[in-house]
Design a protein around this ligand. Structure first.
Ligand code: HEM
Length: 419
């Protein structure tokens, strides 16, 4: 009897019903780290669960290609999306490009995400964190909230909207669209419609229209922001194509929002369940940076990335063939006993912490510095002002196996009101 056919590793509903499959991954790491899966409704794939193997694969983008898609979705949905020539079909994203093309396109936005450039945004990031915590505190400082929607979603939304030129009044609209994009299987978050595939296509079209309006505006009236940089970018002296420009907007917004949000929610839950660690952070704010790394390791919001094998390759004695699919599970690599001491303990002073939450190699997260500083600012504000907090209901998992996390984290708290 095989350990798993791989269905529970990639099915959105399995995550919602049974949670993140750490027990399966622990067995796979020990007994079958390069595991052949034939899950109903999905293409056959190899499940990669060890830290060293994720590194080996990610550093060879010519052999392990991203160009045919990076998220494991049901086969019929994938075909429908690919056939579309508007909406998603009209966008090309850097995360789905291979070298050498990938490098030319990545260079366009990379200056905006360097540690220095992100530091220059610190005022906006801190203001967002302070305003959100002020709102939570209200007049009395005591209350209840759903941390996922009231806090964690709002913070990255404000920061990314500022960078990409989305007007404040459109923030709820873009929030709804990104929720629908990453939780297209979740009955509470998915787009309404009779046919799931039709809904996905309509969503693509709506995103296209929203970004197209901003692009046209920034071409006519360029400013000093990421939105203008992307709208007016050139590749080899020629203006960047519309499909790539739209794709850049999509990847920045979508890759930046739900990931950071899920990391913040999962981090807060980890603090509620490990109050000693929150106390420690309050007493030792110098641990903020390592706390953020531990939150990203612990939550691993990007759960997996898919690759297509382009030439025969041997990995841990298994023969991968050209044309095979494989799926790297970051959440599993981030609990690898060979790399992390006591991997199932949440420790804010973990050092070293070579987690793969932001990936590694060719496609290493372009927004990692921004994600770090955004989380740091919010946890700093909470650690300084939150006297006490506890769970006020059951957390609920999003129906998603790609960008994973909680859609609800009810909590009760006491926070120092605004000074
Ligand atoms: C905690 C938050 C985040 C996590 C866990 C995360 C995780 C990741 C991972 C694992 C990858 C690698 C994909 C691969 O190897 O194929 C990636 C790529 C990427 N991320 Fe993030 N990310 C986060 C936040 C952000 C933010 C805030 C932005 C931008 C605003 C961003 C933009 C990107 C982009 C553009 C790529 C593609 C890079 C490329 O293809 O070269 N991410 N991210």
């Amino acid at each position: 009897m095989p350990i798993t056919d791989g269905f529970d590793l990639v099915s959105s509903h399995a995550y919602a019903e049974k949670g993140v499959p750490h027990d399966l991954w622990t067995r796979l790491r020990a007994e079958s780290p390069v595991h052949r899966c034939t899950a109903d409704g999905f293409v056959p794939y190899w499940a990669i669960t060890r830290h060293a193997d994720v590194c080996e694969i990610s550093k060879q983008p010519e052999t392990f290609s991203s160009a045919e898609g990076i998220a494991m979705v049901r086969q019929d949905d994938e075909e429908a999306i690919r056939k579309q020539n508007q909406g998603f079909g009209a966008m090309r994203v850097i995360i789905e490009m291979d070298p050498p093309e990938h490098r030319s396109y990545r260079k366009i936005a990379s200056p905006v995400f360097t540690p220095r450039a992100v530091k220059a945004m610190d005022d906006a990031i801190r203001t967002s964190a302070r305003e959100i915590v002020d709102r939570l505190a209200g007049e009395t400082g005591e209350g209840e909230c759903d941390f996922a929607n009231d806090v964690a979603a709002a913070h990255p939304l404000r920061i990314l909207s500022t960078m990409l030129g989305v007007p404040r009044e459109s923030e709820p609209h873009i929030l709804r669209l990104t929720n629908q994009l990453f939780a297209s299987d979740d009955p509470d978050l998915q787009r309404e419609g009779e046919d799931r595939r039709q809904s996905l296509m309509a969503l693509g079209l709506e995103l296209y229209q929203l970004f197209d309006k901003i692009i046209q505006d920034r071409r006519a009236n360029p400013r000093d922001d990421l939105a203008s940089l992307l709208a007016n970018a050139t590749i080899d002296g020629e203006p960047m194509g519309m499909t790539e420009t739209l794709g850049y907007y999509l990847i920045t917004f979508s890759a930046g929002h739900d990931t950071t949000k899920n990391s913040l929610v999962g981090g807060m839950r980890a603090f509620l369940e490990n109050p000693d660690q929150f106390e420690r952070l309050k007493r030792h704010p110098e641990l903020l940076d390592s706390a953020v790394e531990e939150v990203v390791r612990w939550t691993s919001p990007v759960n997996h990335m898919k690759r297509r094998v382009t030439r025969d390759y041997e990995l841990r004695g298994q023969r991968l063939r050209a044309g095979d699919w494989l799926v790297m599970f970051y959440a599993s690599a981030n609990r690898d006993e060979e790399v992390f001491e006591d991997p199932f303990a949440f420790r804010i002073d973990r050092k070293p912490n070579p987690h793969l939450g932001f990936g590694i190699g060719e496609h290493f997260c372009l927004g990692a510095n921004l994600a770090r500083r955004s989380q740091r600012a919010l946890f700093e504000e909470l650690a300084r002002r939150m006297d006490w907090a506890e769970l006020a209901g059951d957390p609920e998992q999003i129906h998603s196996a790609f960008v994973v996390g909680l859609k609800k984290l009810p909590m009760r708290y006491r926070i120092k009101p605004a000074a």
